[in-house]
Ligand binder design. Structure first.
Ligand code: LLP
Length: 420
């Protein structure tokens, strides 16, 4: 469910015509619907009502302060993977006691910052990291609460770049070696070993891999309890998929139902790290056609958004629907929708049936709220797009379009190069 819809022939976000936003803010721009974001978070959170749980929004999917703020106001926590994401989460008002920290390469500085901030728990991904966590906590005269992220070797049936719980992936500690690592960690004075975590992949469209992972985690918890290691938090990661095209992912209610049934352990607090399912369909990338051209064999629609704004089609071959902002009833053509970047990989859609679009027309690249802006770059020295949040009949710029000055911020020509 989302709030991008047509009123007669005009595409709206909530009560604001998208064409008006293009006129006032320019293109390319990311447009988010506040109502959609709020509803998605609430629906997900409510689905777990009745069991102790924390919904830690996965900041990598979209870390704009205003967006994270919507969730922190509703009691949401955050799943972070860097000092930068921690900084953003705190600025957005997330309670540090509801922040979990994953990632295979946390440095001593990252750990120090997170410990000083009082986060809930680190999801440790290697024995060396566990040692560093202990050292840094000892130096700071603190205890670090940790979960061990286990790799359960489960095939999530998703794109290989976004599957993370197979034994050939770099993430977590092999579940077969986990008990040994837990025992070693439990001996360390500056650690409180209190959790178990996993994240098996992203854009999952069935519940069975989650249930399978949960089953393996439960077994491990039972074994650990026999060894006197008491686990209080079970972090199931994120990964629930959304509809980009024709996928039919489970509704959060169905996902939560399956998790509840399999979990069945009341003394655990469940942690969930959804990203895409909350923000994916709550945002679009708005773009304007610059030119159209035909190679004789192929039609190209050249737009002002590019792979630097939305890299998913180029990187994963991902599908994003392309909708006209004004429907004209003109015939449909098959075209590649491409950006101005100097790479053949710079496309937003390939061989796509779209209404004939002409120079100056606006198009919406749908389902761009997750891993859209957050993966954008300045490649080809393109200032990053503006971000706008629509709420009812109001809109707010939540990140200004970058300027040329922003592009060179921090760069310096050393004196010796200044002489002619
Ligand atoms: N927790 C952990 C530890 C993760 O690694 C991820 C995503 C999530 C939670 C959130 O997963 P979600 O609910 O959004 O599926 N750039 C790719 C997706 C990479 C996902 C990486 N990890 C894309 O654009 O599809």
């Amino acid at each position: 469910m989302h709030h991008f819809h047509y009123k007669e022939s005009e595409l709206y976000c909530e009560d604001v015509p998208i064409a008006l936003l293009a006129q006032e803010i320019g293109t390319p721009a990311y447009i988010y619907s506040h109502a959609t974001l709020e509803t998605h978070f609430r629906t997900f959170d409510n689905a777990f009502k009745g069991i102790p749980h924390i919904v830690c929004f996965s900041m990598k999917s979209n870390s704009n302060l205003a967006i994270v703020r919507i969730f922190s106001r509703q009691g949401g926590g955050a799943d972070i993977v860097s000092g930068g994401e921690l900084y953003r989460a705190l600025k957005a008002g997330v309670d540090p006691a509801r922040i979990v920290y994953s990632g295979v390469g946390k440095t001593a500085e990252d750990i120090e910052y997170a410990l000083a901030s009082g986060i809930l728990m680190f999801n440790a991904e290697s024995s060396q990291e566990i040692a560093t966590l202990n050292q840094v906590a000892g130096r700071m005269k603190k205890k670090a609460s940790i979960a061990i992220r286990v790799n359960p070797d489960i095939d999530p049936h998703t794109h290989p770049y976004i599957s993370t719980g197979l034994k050939e992936n770099k993430f977590g500690i092999d579940i077969r070696k986990a008990v040994e690592q837990y025992k070693l960690a439990a001996e360390l004075r500056h650690l409180d070993v209190c959790g178990i975590s996993c994240h098996i992949g992203s854009q999952l469209t069935t519940v069975s891999p989650f249930v399978e992972a949960l089953g393996k985690l439960k077994q491990l918890i039972a074994t650990l309890r026999k060894s006197g290691i008491s686990i209080r938090y079970l972090d199931l990661g994120g990964g629930l998929g959304i509809t980009y095209d024709k996928e039919k992912p489970p509704h959060p209610q169905e996902y939560a139902g399956a998790v509840r049934e399999e979990l069945n352990m009341e003394d655990l607090t469940l942690i969930l790290e959804p990203g895409r399912v909350i923000v994916g369909n709550a945002g679009i990338l708005l773009t304007r056609v610059v030119y159209t051209k035909s190679s004789g064999e192929k039609e190209f629609i050249v737009v002002d958004a590019a792979m630097n704004d939305l890299i998913r089609p180029s990187l994963y071959g991902s599908f994003h629907a392309v909708q006209p902002v004004r429907t004209t009833g003109k015939e449909k053509i098959k075209a590649d929708i491409v950006g101005p970047i100097c790479e053949s990989g710079d496309f937003l859609a390939k061989e796509r049936e779209v209404q004939v679009l002409e120079a100056g027309d606006l198009a919406a690249i749908m389902s761009a709220g997750a891993y859209g802006f957050s993966m954008s770059s300045n490649y080809n020295s393109r200032p990053r797009a503006a971000e706008v949040m629509v709420s009812g009949s109001d809109y707010h710029v939540i990140r200004a379009r970058e300027t040329y000055e922003d592009l060179i911020r921090g760069e310096k020509i050393p004196d010796f190069l200044k002489k002619a």
